[in-house]
Design a protein around this ligand. Structure first.
Ligand code: PMP
Ligand code: GLN
Length: 382
């Protein structure tokens, strides 16, 4: 008999819904990934590096050329200088980065505060470290932090807080004022921060992404995580990075070197080349995805779903209370996939205790125009 270390964990909703979409032939707007490829020059560069013999382990910390490009991008985007050697670590994906950061600092009995709805990897990573997740709900109307609830959740055992901006699944952004409030709240406490910023370049309507990298006080205790998967449309490359002050980076690397040792070498070379040759890519991303958001939302306007356009990420939440209030969101997502040919993600799975009566599903708009048109046509007749 196996005594599971994660007795309450099953197969993730992303796998379940993608499988259901594949089985039923539905358009898959569930799991977040583009249905188009990353830039041709980036893909060509991988082949070039494989052909030219860049096929052995990279340095454990990541290729120096890539870490330099990451530091240069951070300087351009946020106006801060991080040390590419002592503060930047390349990882096989943001998920691994988050896992390693949690293992690096969480001891048995420590508490980690997460905000619901929250990304599904934070809690299992905490439990495997022997810690306990304390779930604090974001404000239901705009998914901002409820600071009264956060203050009430702090305890002498709180060792870490995980924030996520732009936020999956809601698309909400944390403001500078909120970061200041967070800094004030934990100023005299020994609490680390993970700032999951994998959607850092997917922000719309001219609203800037406020990175913890640019918050001098919070950065001193933070692991800031990003993912090339989102930024370069290559989620299957599973390549990301963590930026943290030297002492935290040293602890993170102790774990990372035994979880994977390093990321995939030719992918790192290709990303370094592409970042050097196309620094404009990240500046063009907001416009690129805003056009997709607007197309999708315009197409959905005549439907019976109600929604507020998201400010960040490539997900749009839609409320279906006017359509099937009798169904909970898991039932709704399943019914929509089977009967109407569009797969989505039910939002309740991102909660420890889903709010009573919430009727939301998440739709991914990182899709080609024809996919969005086809999906919207189906959604408009539900
Ligand atoms: N954090 C959030 C909020 C995400 O949505 C994702 C998406 N997969 C990740 C982390 C993980 O990124 P990666 O695929 O690079 O592991
Ligand atoms: N981040 C992606 C999402 O939210 C899924 C990643 C995964 O499948 N684990 O849809």
């Amino acid at each position: 008999m196996i005594t599971s270390k994660l007795p309450n964990v099953g197969i993730t909703i992303f796998t379940q819904m993608s499988q259901l979409a594949a089985q039923t032939g539905a358009i898959n707007l569930s799991q977040g990934f583009p249905d188009f490829d990353g830039p041709q020059a980036l893909r060509d560069a991988v082949g070039r590096h494989i052909a030219s013999g860049h096929n052995q382990y990279s340095p454990m910390t990541g290729l120096p050329v890539l870490r330099e490009q990451i530091a240069a991008k951070i300087a351009r985007s946020y106006g801060v200088q991080v040390n590419a050697d002592s503060e930047v670590t390349v990882t096989p994906g943001a998920t691994q980065a988050i896992f390693c950061a949690i293992q690096a600092v969480i001891h048995s009995g420590d508490e980690v505060i997460v905000f619901d709805p929250c990304y599904d990897s934070y809690a299992p990573a905490t439990e495997l470290a022997g810690g306990r997740c304390v779930h604090v709900q974001l404000n239901p109307n705009d998914f901002s932090i409820d600071f009264d609830k956060l203050a009430a959740a702090l305890s002498p055992r709180t060792k870490m807080i995980v924030i996520n901006t732009p936020h999956n699944p809601s698309g909400a952004l944390i403001t500078r004022a909120e970061l200041d409030q967070l800094a004030a709240l934990i100023r005299d406490r020994d609490i680390y921060l993970i700032s999951d910023e994998v959607y850092e370049h997917l922000v719309f309507d001219g609203v800037p992404h406020v990175s913890v990298l640019a918050h001098e006080e919070l950065y001193q205790r933070a692991f800031v995580v990003s993912s090339f998967g989102k930024t370069y449309h290559v989620t299957g490359w599973k390549t990301g990075y963590v930026v943290a002050p030297p002492a935290l980076t040293a602890e993170l690397r102790k774990v990372h070197q035994y979880v994977s040792f390093c990321g995939v070498t030719p992918l790192q070379y290709a990303l370094a080349d592409y970042m050097a040759e196309h620094p404009e890519h990240v500046e063009e991303l907001p416009g690129f995805y805003q056009a997709k958001r607007d197309l999708f939302c315009d197409l959905l306007a005549p439907s019976r779903f109600t929604f507020k356009r998201v400010t960040g990420t490539y997900f749009q939440l839609v409320d279906y209370s006017q359509i099937r209030p009798d169904l909970n969101d898991v039932e709704m997502a399943t019914w929509m996939t089977r009967e109407h040919g569009v797969a989505s993600i039910p939002v309740s799975v991102f909660y420890q205790n889903p709010p009573e009566g919430q009727r939301l599903v998440r739709l991914c708009f990182a899709k080609r125009e024809e996919t969005l048109r086809e999906a919207a046509a189906k959604l408009c007749v539900i």
